[in-house]
Design a protein around this ligand. Structure first.
Ligand SMILES: Cc1cc2nc3c(=O)[nH]c(=O)nc-3n(C[C@H](O)[C@H](O)[C@H](O)COP(=O)(O)OP(=O)(O)OC[C@H]3O[C@@H](n4cnc5c(N)ncnc54)[C@H](O)[C@@H]3O)c2cc1C
Length: 314
C-alpha cells in the first residue's frame, strides 16, 4: 500500500472529512488502504465497499469502544509499523489534531497538517492569515498529512471495490489512560443558516460590537439572515450558532454578502458553495476577492449605512 487513510466516525457513519481524505489519497497513490477504528469499524468498512481501495483494516477492541487519543495513537502506530505506508492521511479534524502529532513524534515521521491542495512543488497550506500559499515537501520516506475541509471533493472518489480485513491491535489498560467526554454539540438557536437564501456575513472588519447592528439592519432591509466569522463569535459580538466555516455551518445561499471578512480558508470552506458572493473589504488584496463575484474595495462602516438608507428610501 502507498497511502493509508485513517478514518473517523461521525454519529455512527463515515465523517465527511474522511471521505474527502479518501478522494485526496486516491490522487496521491495508486494503492490506497484505510483504517477504521472502534466498535463501528464494520459499519464504516461497509460504507467503503464500493470505493476503489485495496482494503480497509478494521481495528476493534474493548478499549476502543469510544474515541481516546491513547487508543487511536496505539492502533495507528501498530498498523504503520506493520504495513509501512509511504503516506498516512486523515481529515484535519479535532480528533486528528488530538492524536496525530503524537504518532508523528513517536515514529519520527514528519506531519504536514492543514493541507488545502496539491501542487507540483508539494503540499499546499495557507500561511499569514491566508494571504499566502506555501508549498511544503519532505525528503522523508514516510509523511503524515491532514487535509483541510473541502480540500478534496468526495464526489470524485474513484469507485470500485474494497474488502475488509480485521487488524488485531494489542492494547492493555496501562496504554489507554485518557477518556473522552461526549462529543461537543454547537447550540443551534432558531436560525436556519443552511437553508437561508441570502446571508449577510460579519467579519472582524466590522471593527467593534457597537457596529454589529448595522449588519442586522442591512439584513432586515434585504430579507437576509446574519452569519459571522469565528473571531466575531469568539469576541462575543454575535451568537455562536451563526458561525460559518470549518468549525461552524456550511452554507450555500443565493447571495453571500460579506462585510469585512478576510477570506481565510477556515471561513471559506463553509461558504464557497454560495451562488453569488458580494464582498466589501478595505484591503484590495484580501483573499475573499479571489472568490467574490462582486468586489467592493471600501470601508463597510461608510458604505453600509448609505446602502441601508438607499434601500429604505426606495
Ligand atoms: C482550527 C481553526 C478553526 C477555525 N474555524 C473557523 C470557522 O469556522 N470560521 C471562521 O470564520 N474562521 C475560523 N477560523 C479562523 C480563521 O482562520 C480566520 O482567523 C478568520 O476566519 C478570520 O476572520 P475575519 O475574516 O472576520 O477576520 P480577519 O482575518 O481579521 O479579517 C478582517 C478583514 O476585514 C477587513 N477590514 C477591516 N476593517 C474594515 C472596514 N472598516 N471595512 C472593510 N473591511 C475591513 C480587513 O482588511 C480584513 O481583510 C478557524 C481557525 C482555526 C485555527
Amino acid at each position: 500500500m502507498d497511502v493509508l487513510v485513517i478514518l473517523e466516525e461521525s454519529q455512527g457513519s463515515l465523517h465527511r472529512l474522511s471521505r474527502e481524505a479518501i478522494a485526496g489519497a486516491q490522487k496521491l497513490g495508486s494503492s490506497v488502504a484505510a483504517l477504521a477504528i472502534g466498535e463501528n469499524a464494520d459499519t464504516l468498512a461497509s460504507e467503503l465497499s464500493s470505493y476503489d481501495l485495496e482494503e480497509v483494516f478494521t481495528a476493534k477492541h474493548e478499549l476502543l469502544s469510544s474515541y481516546s487519543a491513547d487508543g487511536y495513537f496505539e492502533t495507528v502506530i501498530q498498523l504503520i509499523r506493520a504495513e509501512s505506508p509511504a503516506l498516512v492521511v486523515a481529515g484535519h479534524t479535532y480528533q486528528t489534531r488530538d492524536f496525530m502529532p503524537r504518532v508523528s513524534a513517536k515514529l519520527d515521521i514528519p506531519f504536514i497538517p492543514d493541507i488545502v491542495s496539491l501542487s507540483d512543488e508539494g503540499f499546499v497550506k495557507q500561511v499569514l492569515n491566508a494571504k499566502l500559499n506555501a508549498s511544503l515537501s519532505s525528503a522523508s520516506d514516510q509523511i503524515i498529512l491532514s487535509f483541510q475541509s473541502a480540500a478534496f471533493n468526495d464526489e470524485e472518489i474513484r469507485g470500485g471495490s474494497c474488502s475488509a480485513r480485521a487488524f488485531d491491535v494489542e492494547l492493555d489498560s496501562s496504554q489507554v489512560r485518557s477518556v473522552s467526554e461526549e462529543p461537543f454539540q454547537e447550540a443551534t438557536g432558531d436560525v436556519d443558516l443552511e437553508s437561508a437564501e441570502v446571508l449577510v456575513s460579519v467579519g472582524r472588519g466590522i471593527e467593534k460590537e457597537e457596529n454589529v447592528p448595522i449588519a442586522f439592519e442591512l439584513a432586515k432591509a434585504i430579507g437576509a439572515e446574519v452569519c459571522a466569522s469565528r473571531p466575531v463569535v469568539d469576541s462575543g459580538w454575535i451568537d455562536s450558532f451563526r458561525q460559518v466555516g470549518s468549525s461552524g455551518h456550511n452554507v450555500a445561499p443565493k447571495l453571500y454578502f460579506s462585510l469585512g471578512v478576510s477570506g481565510a480558508i477556515q471561513h471559506v470552506v463553509g461558504m464557497k458553495g454560495s451562488k453569488n458572493i458580494l464582498a466589501i473589504n478595505k484591503d484590495a488584496d484580501a483573499p475573499i476577492f479571489e472568490l467574490a463575484d462582486y468586489a467592493v474595495v471600501g470601508n463597510v462602516l461608510e458604505i453600509i449605512p448609505k446602502l441601508i438608507e438607499a434601500l429604505n428610501n426606495k
